[in-house]
Design a protein around this ligand. Structure first.
Ligand code: BUP
Length: 451
């Protein structure tokens, strides 16, 4: 009812890239006086994710309340995929009918429900039946959202010969930029992607963790109805400010390094490099002559990691050779704190969207090495927006070609010698700050939910 504090129920899916912006949105809403319910699917896809949610809840204000969403048992063999994240999306989707009774059990009826883009279409009938306004949080770039919205109709023109896909608002995209599963017929991810794309007109609004200065043209095309007609209003609310959760073991090492001398290297929470590529990257960092902080990941989810030692992954003697100049870690680090550290001057990134937004907020130039999914489109946004460079030919997951150490070393040197991105940082910080466009956009949503 009008005048009461809005109560927003948030339903993330799986993957740090999806969970992170939900936690940031929860914190931003709470800071603006909303009551927030964080609906958490159980079991989580990884121990790291379960821990992350628990840490967030332990540090959040009591205005953020958890609500456990127990998933029905699900046989992975019944779905056409082996990817742990796609299977988790499916498990959540198949349990969608359980959300109605769960919402009814919440201490207050929600003023709005915000669901993750990967799962939302399964929840449309349930949320409609509950009579609650229904919003989607899109966790990547507006460019990727345009692809998602246009894909069901554009897919017909997926022309292997021309090698491009026409996406209104973006133009003719090389097919190689499109997430790999979408280029293959009949698989779990494409089915979910298509179904979500088709259902977008059935929700009340779309929230995106991006900002006008970075993606103004794409946002304008989306809201003019030029990407697909009858889309609900798309509101950019980004870059959502990071939430402080972890202590960071790398900071003492960074404290001892000169200003802007260290390149930070990370491919995000769900991208593992092949053993051969990992060795070449190691060689490249060594050849670059730069100081580096490298977060190594050899498995997609922690359940699969049998504790392979770094020496084994990087080759004998590597760690000794780079000692003092390079720090290699396998554990979870506080990436935002690293990017904010004055010693960090560049970021070799897979261009997961959260990493891109964090690089912008902290003013760190990016060397884009997209590996899968939405990352090539995000890298294109990075390049267009002037946040960094993208060596177009560099291979991605599943491609046999290995990028050599010599070439990597050269690009890393150029990254560290390249121009600063201070102006972009100012734009990003201004957008999310008081009076900024994204900040106002979030305020308008809250006002709407309050009437
Ligand atoms: Br790894 C790692 N510490 O050690 P993205 C990641 N992060 O804080 P992804 C850490 O996780 P998708 C670590 O700062 C970012 O906020 C990082 O999200 C943080 O990529 C988040 O950048 C990772 O979107 O997800 O994990 O590949 O594929 O869904 O984009």
């Amino acid at each position: 009812p009008a005048g009461e504090t809005p109560h927003v129920a948030l339903l993330p899916s799986a993957g740090m890239g999806h969970l992170t912006p939900f936690l940031r949105l929860a914190a931003a809403l709470e800071a603006r006086g909303c009551d927030v319910t964080l609906i958490t699917p159980h079991p989580a896809v990884s121990a790291a994710e379960a821990r992350h949610v628990a840490d967030f809840l332990a540090s959040a204000s009591p205005r953020v309340r958890p609500l456990e969403f127990h998933l029905l048992p699900f046989d992975p063999a019944s779905a056409n995929s082996t990817d742990p994240f796609f299977l988790q999306f499916e498990a959540i989707r198949r349990s969608a009918h359980l959300l109605g009774p769960l919402l009814a059990s919440a201490c207050r009826a929600p003023s709005a429900v915000v669901t993750d883009i990967t799962i939302f279409s399964a929840f449309v009938p349930v949320i409609r039946a509950a009579g609650v306004p229904n919003y989607v949080l899109f966790t990547a770039s507006a460019a990727m959202f345009a692809l998602c919205a246009a894909f069901p109709s554009a897919a017909a023109s997926l022309d292997g010969h021309a090698g491009t896909l026409d996406v209104p608002g973006l133009g003719a995209l090389p097919v190689s930029w499109i997430p790999q599963p979408l280029r293959k017929p009949r698989n779990l991810f494409s089915a979910q992607f298509m179904e979500n794309g088709r259902a977008l007109t059935q929700v009340d609004g779309i929230i995106i963790n991006t900002w006008e200065v970075l993606e103004g043209d794409t946002l304008a095309a989306l809201n003019a109805g030029s990407v697909v007609p009858h889309l609900p209003l798309v509101t950019p609310v980004g870059p959502l400010p990071p939430v402080k959760l972890h202590k960071n073991s790398c900071l003492p090492w960074l404290d001892a390094q000169p200003e802007r001398s260290v390149v930070y290297v990370s491919f995000g929470s769900r991208t593992a490099l092949s053993a051969e590529q990992m060795r070449e990257l190691g060689a490249g960092l060594e050849k670059s002559g730069c100081r580096f902080l490298w977060v190594v990941k050899s498995k997609k989810v922690d359940k699969e990691d049998e504790g392979v030692a770094l020496e084994e992954l990087l080759g004998d003697g590597y760690l000794r050779r780079v000692e003092g100049r390079g720090l290699v870690v396998k554990d979870w680090v506080d990436q935002d704190a690293i990017l904010a550290h004055p010693a960090v001057g560049g970021f070799v990134s897979h261009c997961g969207w959260n990493s891109v937004t964090e690089a912008a907020i902290r003013g760190v130039r990016v060397l884009a090495w997209p590996r899968h999914g939405d990352q090539r489109l995000n890298a294109w946004v990075v390049e267009r927006g002037g946040l960094g460079a993208w060596p177009r030919g560099w291979s991605w997951e599943g491609e046999a070609e290995v990028v050599g150490g010599e070439e990597i070393g050269q690009w890393v040197r150029e990254l560290m010698e390249g121009p600063g991105v201070g102006m972009l940082q100012e734009d990003a910080v201004r957008a999310a700050g008081a009076g900024g466009k994204s900040n106002k956009g979030l305020g308008e949503l809250i006002r709407k939910w309050n009437t």
